[in-house]
Design a protein around this ligand. Structure first.
Ligand code: TGC
Ligand code: FAD
Length: 395
């Protein structure tokens, strides 16, 4: 049979381009397991968590049992999956809520990765198995009240005192801050920027949650206060001594986000598609109007394009070809695309688009955090611009 006459697969609105066929059986299996968890455990509850601005602590243990915490890391109780499989998990988690994906990103790609990449063998043995199981939660403190996009301007410092370190300063906007059993805190020292493991309850270390957030409400965001905190030498991550330490962790988390954004976009698109087929106006389903079909077509295009970009970058990462500049392009493009899809979907839902009865405004509001954290869209545009022109435009 010629290619022309071969019956094409039917178009599936939820996988228009048949991207599923590009995944291995193992990848589809991991994707389906995470999708089922989100369907059964997250979706029935997340509207309430968002409204109440909370996330149940026990979810960390359940995510550990699911095997997604540090799943792309090797050893120490981590699953050692491919980067693509990790990305697919992030996509499904964020189709539930960006807050759930954040919990997993911060745990696996920031806190665990920092210890895995820059920590001592003792630090890895002490923390990673419990963190992979979700028995211990980690957070990652880089941002400060006056140092966000420019972490090199941090004021938190650590100085040696005999064999000990004294750590002093303040970190702001820290996901999982007050939940965490261990905070990875980055500080300026005479030897460059260094990371410290600060266990909960250490004298002088307190947290304060940030309230009145209108975004990422199913996630705890805190301030970390470090008042002359005395730490043993063994608390310092020995292998990191410049901004490269924390920035290398950000590459990992940004990679997860560029996948996760596809999930948030997909959830918004599917909600709008369903709604448009049943909502009647002027005697017809609104899906029958050309303007609405154009919106649906554009949303489908953005979701599929973002998904293909994520998959391409995932394959590059698995082949060892992914550079931070590629990650910046992915985060910039996919989060912006997801925001466009969410805003369009919200309009398709009319007044229902503003309630938590539907997932769309929750995703739309969450994405305002996602486009800001892990490097704002401006920062990533400047990283890409720098790679294109050879001119660094941050300063
Ligand atoms: P620059 O002078 O360019 O570099 C300093 C050192 O870092 C190295 N480097 C990198 N290494 C690994 N990966 C990268 N992406 C790197 N970018 C730079 C560089 O080679 C150098 O190394 P060395 O050994 O020579 O010292 O640094 P800069 O101060 O000019 O800054 C560059 C810039 C603006 C791109 C960077 O500061 C940046 O990315 N800013 C954004 C900050 C940010 O993204 N913060 C995120 C905080 S964590 C968070 O938001 C968690 S939310 C999680 C959730 O809930 O999901
Ligand atoms: P600023 O850096 O003050 O930027 C303000 C504006 O100026 C932005 O639009 C920015 O794009 C623009 N701008 C800055 N510099 C330039 C430039 N050179 N050229 C052009 N424009 C520029 N941080 C952590 O360390 N750990 C966490 O777990 C964490 N979780 C977070 C969770 C949430 C919900 C949020 C909202 C933030 C979180 N952050 C976390 C902080 C986040 O990384 C920062 O908010 C982000 O890096 C931006 O910093 P800023 O808010 O200080 O903005």
């Amino acid at each position: 049979m010629s290619a022309r006459t071969a019956a094409p697969d039917a178009i599936r609105p939820t996988d228009f381009l048949g991207i599923d066929h590009l995944l291995s059986e193992e990848e589809r299996g991991i994707r389906d397991t995470v999708r089922a968890f989100v369907r059964d455990r997250v979706l029935p509850n997340v509207g309430d968590w968002f409204e109440e601005a909370t996330i149940p602590r026990e979810l960390a243990k359940e995510l550990g049992d699911l095997g997604v915490l540090g799943m792309h890391l090797e050893g120490y109780g981590c699953a050692g999956t491919s980067a693509t499989a990790y990305g697919l998990a992030c996509l499904e988690l964020e189709a539930g809520d960006s807050g759930i994906r954040s919990l997993v990103s911060v745990q696996g790609s920031l806190a665990m990765y920092a210890i895995h990449r820059w920590g001592s063998e003792e630090q890895k043995q002490e923390w990673l198995p419990r963190m992979a199981a979700g028995e211990a939660i980690g957070c990652f403190g880089l941002t400060e009240p006056d140092a966000g996009s420019d972490p090199g301007a941090m004021r938190t410092y650590a100085k040696r005192d005999g064999d000990d370190w004294i750590l002093h300063g303040q970190k702001m906007w820290i996901t999982n801050g007050s939940l965490a059993d261990v905070a990875v805190v980055w500080a300026s020292t005479d030897e460059g920027v260094r990371g410290f493991l600060v266990p909960k309850g250490t004298k002088g270390f307190t947290t304060q949650d940030i309230h009145k957030k209108m975004s990422l409400r199913a996630s705890i965001t805190s301030e970390l206060l470090l008042d002359e905190v005395r730490l043993p030498a063994s608390a310092m991550l020995p292998e990191a001594n410049s901004l490269r330490g924390p920035l290398s962790c950000l590459n990992e988390a940004r990679y997860g986000i560029l996948w996760g954004a596809v999930g948030a976009a997909r959830a918004c698109f599917e909600s709008a598609l369903d709604y448009s087929k049943t909502r009647m106006a002027f005697g017809k389903p609104i899906a029958s109007f050309q303007i609405q079909q154009q919106k649906l077509a554009n949303m489908a295009l953005e979701v599929n394009r973002a998904n293909l970009l994520a998959l391409h970058l995932g394959r590059m990462k698995d082949n060892g070809q992914l550079r931070p500049e590629h990650v910046s392009m992915g985060k910039l493009g996919n989060v912006n695309a997801a925001l466009d899809v969410a805003r369009t979907a919200r309009q398709v839902l009319g007044a229902n688009g503003i309630t938590l009865e539907y997932p769309v405004i929750r995703h739309m509001n969450n994405l305002e955090s996602v486009v800001t954290y892990e490097g704002t869209a401006d920062v990533h545009a400047l990283v890409v611009g720098g790679a294109l022109t050879g001119i660094q435009a941050f300063r």
